[in-house]
Design a protein around this ligand. Structure first.
Ligand code: TYD
Length: 203
C-alpha cells in the first residue's frame, strides 16, 4: 500500500495559500492519489463548530489562553476523525493551515504563549506534516486581499498591518528553524508560478 502523506499550507491571511492548496490537491488527484483536502480551524464537523466560535464576533471575545485551547480542541478532533484515518488508508492529506498557525498566531502574536503552545501540541496533537509550504507574501498585499473578502470571519483580519508583519516574521523564523520540513515559497507572483514552485518542493 502507498504510505500516507501529510502536507500543510501556511501563511498570513490573504497569502493565496488556499488557492494553492486546492491546486495541489487537484494535481495529486490527477496523478491517481486519494486526496483529502481539508482546512483549519475546522476540517471535521466538531472542529467546524469550534471554527465559528473562534473566527466570528468581537476580537476581544476570547482571552489568548482560551483561544489557544479552542484551536487545539478543534485540531485534536480534526486529527482524530479525519487526518489520522486518511493517512492510515494511504491518502494524501492537504491541510490549509495546521499547527504552525497556532505557533505563530497564538504563540507569538497573541501574548507570549509559545511554551504553552508547544506543551499542548506535544500532549494532545503529536504529529507534524511531512512537508509544509509557507506561502510568503508582503503583509500590505496580503491584507488588501484578505479585506477584499466579505464575510463574518473577521476576528483576525481586523488585527491590521502591524500584526500581519509580526505574523509574517513569525512564520519565516519558524521556517528558518525547521528547514527540513518547511519550504518557503514566494507567493508574490503569478498563481501558476507559485503552483510550479510548490510542486518542486514536494517531498
Ligand atoms: P481562514 O478563513 O482560514 O483564513 P485564511 O484564508 O487566512 O487561512 O481563517 C483562519 C484564521 O484563523 C486566520 O486568521 C488564522 C487564524 N488561526 C489561528 O489564529 N490559529 C490557528 O491555529 C489556526 C489554524 C488559524
Amino acid at each position: 500500500m502507498t504510505p500516507g502523506l501529510f502536507l500543510s499550507f501556511e501563511g498570513i491571511d490573504g497569502s493565496g495559500k488556499s488557492t494553492q492548496a486546492r491546486r495541489l490537491a487537484g494535481h495529486l488527484l490527477d496523478r491517481g492519489r486519494e486526496v483529502v483536502l481539508t482546512r483549519e480551524p475546522g476540517g471535521s464537523p466538531g472542529a467546524e463548530e469550534i471554527r465559528r466560535l473562534v473566527l466570528e464576533g468581537d476580537p476581544d471575545r476570547w482571552s489568548a489562553e482560551t483561544e489557544l485551547l479552542l484551536f487545539t480542541a478543534a485540531r485534536r478532533d480534526h486529527v482524530e476523525r479525519v487526518i489520522r484515518p486518511a493517512l492510515e488508508r494511504g491518502a494524501v492529506v492537504v491541510s490549509d493551515r495546521f499547527a504552525d498557525s497556532t505557533r505563530v498566531y497564538q504563540g507569538i502574536t497573541r501574548g507570549d504563549l509559545g511554551g504553552l503552545v508547544d506543551r499542548l501540541h506535544d500532549a494532545v496533537i503529536g504529529i507534524e506534516p511531512d512537508r509544509t509550504f509557507l506561502i510568503d507574501m508582503p503583509p500590505e498585499r496580503g491584507l488588501d486581499r484578505a479585506l477584499a473578502r466579505e464575510g463574518a470571519e473577521t476576528r483576525f483580519e481586523n488585527f491590521g498591518l502591524d500584526m500581519a508583519r509580526r505574523m509574517r516574521t513569525g512564520f519565516l523564523d519558524l521556517a528558518r528553524r525547521l528547514p527540513g520540513r518547511i519550504a518557503v515559497i514566494d507567493g508574490d507572483r503569478s498563481e501558476d508560478a507559485v503552483a510550479a514552485a510548490v510542486l518542486k518542493a514536494l517531498p
